[in-house]
Design a protein around this ligand. Structure first.
Ligand code: CAO
Length: 394
């Protein structure tokens, strides 16, 4: 009569884990608590021990295989009759492939190696004279400071420490976060992105913006840098129509309208409302649209037409900080502009270093359609427009 005992992965919810070592083979007889597998998860290793003594009836994992919560790892066959072992009084018979005449699991052998202990000099106090962990600890008593839990331990060359599971709390992603997660995963995995970095001297533009904000205006909305950036992008897209397209399968569509989406942090997730026909709008009109759509996004009051038809996206993190980032292309568009925080930097003007306000630009584009030269030209053109928006009139 034999009883089958399933050994399943436990404690790996929401953790990426894989088998780093398989320490047993099919048919092998193991003791209770003998280590069967070593599992790596988030840079720490866990030992999966045998819950009972028995024979390995099924080994369902391989080295480097993924481990998920609840996976069946090993099936042990526990026999009613005690499994054959060497008698305790007699010296243990050498196992095939093992040159020593002591009885110890691979885990004990590796511990002994770590601690530089000679197992042939240690008398085992386990079943049938098997060397167990306590026998090693009596030789090196200082290594463990707290009692051993059943199966979760961290191993370092210096010591064996008990892993205290981190205190956690979990929550479900919101519907918006799930939608964004699916969309960015698709684009990130399907579209070969290249990100081109540059910076634009926006000293004069910023001075112009500050001066404009001091003027009383009917529209009322304060001008940030973003409407100028959107306007410059719209002009650049007119000059480089190949960036204003979309790719579906192998079919490239170039859009006649320039509809620019901009990323809004809603607090609950990311939304990208779209400024329709941005190339036909003035900077003040664009600022009005940004205010309207930004408020609508944060209040969850956008209607479907507010988020449709985008042909290019701007993600401005300049109000937050950072020097550069690699934005992920939105939907089936071909490019996206990431903007980081403008900073005063010393620039050589031919005679001396002068302080200039430099705006970091990060342009990600679909390399299936846009090549590196075009990417570099587009971002240089955009930078020149931001340095002197009068170029938009040309
Ligand atoms: N560098 C330096 N300063 C910048 C800047 C930049 N790149 N961009 C904006 N600023 C300044 C603005 O000019 C404004 O300055 P003043 O207070 O002196 O007028 C200030 O920062 C605040 O701007 P803002 O963030 O309120 O306004 P905005 O028009 O730049 O942006 C909006 C509006 C809706 C896009 C923004 O509120 C937002 O949600 N940003 C987050 C975008 C995001 O999540 N991107 C990541 C997407 S990828 O995960």
């Amino acid at each position: 009569m034999s009883e089958r005992i399933e050994v399943r992965a436990k404690g790996f919810e929401k953790v990426e884990a894989f088998v780093s070592e398989v320490l047993v083979t099919l048919g092998q007889v193991v003791d209770r608590d003998e280590v069967l597998l070593r599992i790596e998860a988030e840079k720490v290793s866990f030992d999966q021990s045998a819950p009972v003594a028995g024979r390995i009836a099924e080994l369902l994992v391989t080295k480097n295989g993924d481990v998920h919560e609840g996976d069946l790892l090993v099936v042990l066959e526990r026999t009613a009759i005690e499994l054959p072992r060497a008698p305790a009084s007699a010296p243990a018979a050498p196992r095939v492939g093992v040159s020593s005449d002591y009885h110890a699991s691979p885990w004990i052998r590796s511990l002994a190696r770590e601690r530089d202990l000679d197992l042939s000099q240690i008398e085992g106090t386990g079943p049938h004279g098997r060397i167990v962990e306590a026998d090693l600890l009596s030789r090196a008593p200082s290594v463990r400071e707290t009692p051993l839990p059943s199966a979760t331990e961290v191993h370092t060359p210096e010591a064996k420490l008990v892993l205290v599971p981190p205190s956690t709390e979990s929550r479900q992603l919101s519907t918006l976060q799930r939608t964004v997660a699916r969309a960015v995963t698709r684009t990130w995995t399907e579209v070969p992105h290249v990100t081109q970095f540059d910076e634009s001297d926006v000293t004069e533009l910023e001075a112009f913006r500050v001066a404009l904000n001091r003027e009383p205006r009917k529209e009322g909305s304060k001008l940030s840098l973003l409407p100028f950036i959107v306007k410059a992008c719209a002009c650049a897209l007119r000059a480089f129509p190949d960036f204003n397209g979309s790719l579906a399968g192998e079919e490239l569509t170039l859009n006649r309208d320039v509809n620019i989406g901009f990323a809004v942090d809603t607090g609950d997730g990311l939304k990208v409302p779209v400024i329709q026909q941005a190339d036909r709008l003035s900077v003040l009109q664009i600022a009005g649209e940004i205010a309207r759509l930004g408020d609508g996004a944060r209040a969850a009051k956008l209607i479907s037409t507010d988020t449709r038809g985008g042909t290019f996206t701007v993600s401005n993190l300049g109000g937050v900080g950072g020097t550069a980032f690699t934005p992920i292309i939105n939907g089936h568009e071909l490019a996206i502009l990431g903007v980081s925080k403008a900073e005063l930097k010393p620039k050589w003007d031919g005679a001396a270093f002068v302080p200039r306000l430099m705006l970091p630009l990060s342009l990600s584009y679909d390399h299936r359609v846009i090549n590196g030269v075009a990417g570099a030209r587009f971002i240089a053109h955009l930078g020149a427009l931001l340095t002197d928006l009068r170029r938009a009139l040309l």
